[in-house]
Design a protein around this ligand. Sequence first.
Ligand code: HEM
Length: 489
Amino acid sequence: KHRELSSPQAKHPPGPKPVFLIGNVLQIPTASPQFTFTKWLEEYGDMVYLRVFQQPMLVLNSLESARDLLHNRSSIYSDRPNFILLRLMGWENASPQVRYGPQFRRHRRFIQQTFNQSAIEELRPIQEKQISYLLQDIVGSPAQIDDHLRRFSAGIIMKVTYGADVKSINDPLVQIAHHAELLTIESGTPSATLVDYIPALKYIPVWAPLAGFKRNAALVKEAVDTMFNVPYEMVKSQMTSGIASSCMTSRLIAACSPAGVTFLSPEDEEDIKAVAGTMHSASDDTTRCVLSTFILAMVLHPQVFERAQAEMDRVIDLDRLPNLEDRDSLPYLECVLKEACRWNVPIPLGMPHRLVDDDIYRDYYIPKGTTVMANIHAILQNCSQPQLFRPERYMEDSHLPDPRDVIFGFGRRRCPGRHFANRNVWLVAASLVCATIIGKAEDDAGNEITPEAKFLDGFVRHPASFPYSIKFRPEKISALNNWNAALDV
Ligand code: HEM
C-alpha cells in the first residue's frame, strides 16, 4: 500500500506554487486567511494544498470534501497538530489540544457525561436562572449589554463546571480564566491567527530571541496553571468538607474515585482538571460571538427583528417568557439564528486536524502529517448573495445546510459542547426578541446611527464594537417577575 501511495503518479491536490524553502508562506495572509482560501476555490477547486515551510497543509473549501475526509475518514483525520507554543504555555492537556489516542477518548467521555444531548436536560434550571439574571441586568443597565453577556456566558459555564455562582464579571474565578486566556493571546500565539496553527510562521516577521520567548511562555504557563488549579482545588476542598454542589468536576471526581476524593489517582486528577479547566475558554468567546453577531444583525435589519418579534408575540402570551418547549413554534427565529451563524462564522477555519496516515482521495495523494482545515466560512458562502443577511433564504430553499451542523466542526473532534451552546444561544435570542426592543442608537442630534458590519481578525471572529439601543419592553416586566417567581430567583 505504501509503495502505491508514495508513487510519483499520485499527485497532491492542486494549490498555489510553493517557493523554495518557505513554501506558500508569502501567499497566506496571517490575518483572516479564510478569505484568500475562499478565493482560491475558483482557481484550484475545493481542496487547496499548501506548504508552510516543509509542513503540508490542506484546506477543504466544500462541505463535501470536509465531510468525506474529516467525518467519513475520521479514524485517521482526528489528531491535532503539535502546538508547540501552546504546550510551553501550559495548555498541553486542554481538551482541544490533546493528541488523538487514549487521553483524547477519556476527555471526550468526561465531557459527554455532562454535555451530551440527553444530559444537558439536567442543566436547564441553570440556564433558566442565568437568563433571568441576564434580563434583570438588562432592565437595570441596558447600555451595558456587552458586560451582561460576558457575565451570562461566564456564569453559566462556571456554574455547570464548578458549581460556582458568578455574580459579576469581576468574580475571581472569571478573572483568573480571563487573565490566562488574555496572556496566551497577547504572547502572540494561540487563538489569534494562522500563526497558531503553524508555529514556524511565528518567526517570519521577527526572529524572536528564544530566551525571551521562553521567559514569556513561563509567565503565561503560571497563569494557565492557576486557571486549571484554583477552581479545581476549590471543588475538591468543598467535597472534603461535604459541601460541594453537584457540578461537572464533583461528579467526575466521584465517578473516578467512589471511595472518596483522597483516593483519586494522579492521572484521573490531571484529566479532570484539564477537562474542567478548558470549558470556560472553549465556550465563552464562541457563545458571545454568536450572540453579539445576532444583536448586530438585529440592529442592521430592523424589519427582521420586527418580524421575529411579531412571531414571538403570536406564540407567547404577555405574561410569560419563551422556554425551550416553544422552540418548534418559532420557525422564523430559527431561520434568524441560522443566518447569524452563517453570516459571521464564529470560528471561520475551525480547528486544525492532523492526518495520521498517508491517504488517497479523488486520486490525490495526501501525506501523513498534513494539517487539515475545513474552511467553514467558504462552505457557508455557498448560497445566493452570501454577503446579505437574509433569514428568509432558509424558508425558500430547504436544501441549504443548517449552519449549526457546520460551525461546530467535523468528525470525532466536532465540538462536544454544541447542543448546550445551541440551547444557550436560542434562550438568549428568544428572550431578547420577546422582552426587549433592539434597534439603532441615536447621536446627540437624535439621528439614528447605522453601524458598519465589521468583524475582528482572530481565531474567533467577533463583531467589532458597534452602537446599538436596547430597551426592556415595559409590557414584559410582569412576565419577567412571573419567571423569577417560578424559579425562586
Ligand atoms: C457557539 C458556540 C461554539 C462554537 C461555534 C464552537 C465551535 C467549536 C469548533 C469549531 C471546534 C473544533 C471542532 C473540530 O476540530 O472540528 C470546537 C471544539 C471544542 N469545543 Fe466548541 N464551540 C462552541 C461552544 C462550546 C461550548 C459551550 C463548549 C463546552 C461546553 C465547547 C467545548 C469544546 C471543546 C472541549 C472542544 C474541543 C474538542 C476536541 O478537540 O475534541 N464548545 N468547538
